[in-house]
Every structure is written in structure tokens, then in C-alpha cells.
Design a binder for this molecule. Structure first.
Ligand code: ADP
Length: 186
């Protein structure tokens, strides 16, 4: 099973992506987590990425694609979380999956309105202290999402296969909806 989960910052992709991958016993590939690990390790890639992340900007496509390309087809199944975030990344994913003859089974979009997203991110800032959860960066990330990532969702919609779920409510409620979406429609 190959599943992409989409949604703006704060939509709950990370929380739900981990749970879904565990439940289906497949890999959770989260570019945000991979980047934070690089930052924590102080690698060259991490130091470069940090400058973009702390501003709320996307890390350049060539860096992201270089980091994830080989892992896209490595495992039997995966939940992709935070990737693709640009049209160039979506095309890379298409090509990789076509080459390995392993098409995407689902793309699932978490719908949450902007006021709720900002509330959640401000909350997370106090709880986890992520360096990109400051008020200025949060707004920038929302704008970047609208400008660069929303078109990816439209691109997937034209290909069909996008299922939208309501991302509000408790994590358990959202997870139930997510499982229903994964099981339904093929
Ligand atoms: P969120 O979606 O909640 O903001 P993520 O953990 O997915 O958080 O991403 C955090 C940051 O990492 C992004 O704001 C961006 O700078 C960078 N990032 C993650 N994934 C990508 C990607 N696919 N392309 C470019 N930048 C990325």
C-alpha cells in the first residue's frame, strides 16, 4: 500500500501518519522528520535545510529529492507525509513509482480551517518548542502551503484518487476517518 497524506501545517499529518504506518505495518516516510534528524546531527544537509525551515520556507527541491529519492521505492509499502510539497516533487514521485511499477494507492487530504491550524501550531510551540513554530513562521508556512503545496493537491485531484477527510476532532476520531478512507475507494 502506498499512501500520500496531505494537508497544511498543523493538520495532523505527522500524528496520524505514524499511527497509520504502524497499523498497516509499512514505512512512515516524513520529510520533516528526516530534515529535523539532519539538523540535530549537524550534517551539511541539516545546516543548509535549517536556514529555510526556520524562516518557514520550503527546503529546495534538489535537496529534498536527493534526500528521499532512493527511499521512495525501497519498501513494499509506505505512508508519505510532507512529500510531495511542490509540483516538481510530485513529478519525481510519479516517475519513481512508474519506474518501479508501484503506483500510488491513495492520496488523503486532511481538511482543517486556518484558524484551527494556527491555534494548534501555537499550542505545539508551547508544548514542543519547535523552532519553526513562532507566530511569524507559522504565517509564512501557511502562505507557502497556499502558494506551493495547494497546487500539488489540485494536480492529484485531476488524477483522481484524492480522498478528503475532516481533520478536526480528537486524534482517535481523525484516525477512524483516516482508516475508513484507506479502506474505501480503490
Ligand atoms: P509542517 O507541515 O507541520 O509544517 P513538517 O515537519 O512536515 O511540518 O515540515 C517542517 C519544515 O520542513 C517545512 O516548513 C519545510 O521547511 C521543510 N520540509 C519538510 N518537507 C519538505 C518538502 N517535501 N519540501 C520542502 N521542504 C520541506
Amino acid at each position: 500500500m502506498r499512501i500520500v497524506i496531505f494537508g497544511p501545517p498543523g493538520a495532523g499529518k505527522g500524528t496520524q501518519g505514524v499511527r497509520l504506518a504502524e497499523k498497516l505495518n509499512i514505512t512512515h516516510l516524513a520529510t520533516g522528520d528526516m530534515l529535523r534528524a539532519e539538523v540535530a546531527a549537524g550534517s551539511k544537509l541539516g545546516n543548509l535545510a535549517k536556514q529555510y525551515m526556520d524562516r518557514g520556507d520550503l527546503v529546495p527541491d534538489d535537496v529534498i529529492i536527493g534526500m528521499i529519492r532512493s527511499q521512495l521505492t525501497e519498501s513494499d509499502g509506505m505512508v508519505l507525509d510532507g512529500f510531495p510539497r511542490t509540483i516538481a516533487q510530485a513529478k519525481t514521485l510519479d516517475d519513481a513509482l512508474e519506474e518501479s511499477n508501484t503506483p500510488l494507492d491513495r492520496s488523503i487530504y486532511f481538511n482543517v480551517d486556518r484558524d484551527e491550524l494556527v491555534r494548534r501550531l501555537i499550542n505545539r510551540a508551547t508544548e514542543q518548542g519547535r523552532s519553526d513554530d513562532t507566530p511569524e513562521t507559522i504565517n509564512r508556512r501557511m502562505d507557502v502551503y497556499d502558494e506551493q503545496t495547494a497546487p500539488v493537491l489540485d494536480y492529484y485531484k485531476t488524477l483522481g484518487k484524492v480522498l478528503e477527510i475532516d481533520g478536526t476532532g480528537t486524534p482517535d476520531e481523525v484516525f477512524d476517518r483516516l482508516l475508513d478512507a484507506v479502506k474505501s475507494g480503490s
